[in-house]
Design a protein around this ligand. Structure first.
Ligand SMILES: [Zn+2]
Length: 268
């Protein structure tokens, strides 16, 4: 069994004390790749250091996270663009809309999101998208509306931390995107038990979003890539299939998103 964690912030300071053993544990759990979403300028050095140290296992993305959009958005986007032009990345991410914390810079969030979607399409890179609702606004729906309106050729990627309804899941699939399934699938009140049984395995990828959103029984504690097996098991239970089937399909789905540059990382 080979698993891929398609979204983990393993450069986060919460791993400073035990990063080596955390990665070793992930290896023991047969997690062959960990995809690292960037957040902002401040997270680039730590992420790139890991990417250099583990070029076959820890794959970096480049992007500005919507929760980091504020009055410095222009400088932040310039740093993302500069990095995209100088280095190889497996995706543009994480990008999107966050209506949960603060609505002050929503307009700038939309502009930053659109700019980065265009960069992804130009460079033929997939995107990792964050869509967190709040303040009575549905971030998934507004992101889907924008993607539909832009209709950028070849644009694909992942709705990371998908927690929507069955209709929304089908809309994401129709737009040509995968659903990133993480720890929320294991939560009693998570709602994915009503969605996953009706969505084909070919549309799912697995993720932890470490250090956030740890699956049951670690809920509320620090999350790490090794726990992705708990998510895989939950998907298997909900779909009444084996964990090996879940692993085989979700890993193949994830690999299908990788740009050609990373083709040498396909497990044999
Ligand atoms: Zn994230």
């Amino acid at each position: 069994m080979i698993l891929i964690d398609t979204h983990a912030h393993i450069y986060d300071s919460q791993f400073d004390e035990d990063r080596e053993s955390m990665l070793h544990q992930a290896e023991k759990e047969q997690i062959s790749q960990i995809w690292m979403p960037n957040c902002a300028r401040e997270t680039i050095p730590g992420m790139m250091a890991l990417a250099e140290q583990y070029p076959d296992r820890c794959l970096p993305m480049m992007g500005l996270h919507p929760a980091y959009v504020n009055e410095t958005v222009d400088e932040e986007l310039a740093a993302v663009e500069d990095a995209l032009n100088r280095n190889a990345f497996m995706a543009v991410g994480e990008i999107g809309l966050d209506f949960y914390w603060d609505m002050t810079y929503v307009e700038q969030q939309f502009a930053a999101f659109e700019t980065q979607l265009r960069w992804a399409a130009e460079q033929q890179l997939p995107v990792s998208m964050h869509t967190r609702s709040g303040h009575d606004r549905n971030a998934f729906a507004e992101a889907a509306d924008l993607i539909e309106k832009l209709a950028l050729p070849g644009l694909t990627g992942i709705f990371h931390c998908f927690v929507g309804t069955l209709d929304e899941a089908n809309r994401a699939v129709d737009l040509g995107f995968k659903l990133g399934i993480g720890g929320v699938a294991t939560f009693k009140n998570g709602g994915l038990d009503k969605v996953l049984p009706h969505i084909g395995l070919e549309h799912l990828v697995l993720e932890t979003d470490a250090p956030y959103l740890a699956p049951v029984p670690h809920r509320g504690k620090r999350n790490e890539p090794a726990y992705i097996r708990l998510v895989a098991q939950r998907v298997a239970d909900l779909k009444q299939i084996s964990i090996d089937d879940v692993a085989r399909h979700t890993t193949a789905n994830a690999l299908s998103l990788l740009p050609a540059l990373y083709a040498n990382l396909l497990p044999g």
